[in-house]
Design a protein around this ligand. Structure first.
Ligand SMILES: [Zn+2]
Length: 92
């Protein structure tokens, strides 16, 4: 059993849903890591962070694309189609 360095509580490996906000859009991202059962402090390994960072950067890229598609006059058409498949572009 691992012990929390902050409160001596028990640390367990968990997957937590974290709501990430970017430019008034939100998305739930799964952040796996080790969390203290007492104080809920998270201890994330570089690998855990790498996975969630990828979700976050994908999300940001999608939002940036949604927001800039009009200005680019179809320059992102390939990406736009991809978004459509995901059902995200319907919000436009
Ligand atoms: Zn703790």
């Amino acid at each position: 059993m691992r012990v929390c360095p902050i409160c001596d509580g028990e640390i367990k490996r968990e997957e937590k849903k974290v709501t990430y906000r970017y430019k008034e859009h939100t998305r739930d991202i799964v952040q796996s890591g080790e969390y203290c059962t007492q104080c809920h402090e998270g201890f994330l390994s570089p690998k855990d962070l790498k996975i969630s960072q990828k979700s976050i950067s994908d999300f940001r890229r999608e939002i940036d694309n949604l927001l800039t598609t009009d200005e680019n006059g179809g320059a992102n058409s390939n990406y736009f189609k991809k978004l459509n498949l995901n059902g995200i572009a319907r919000k436009l």
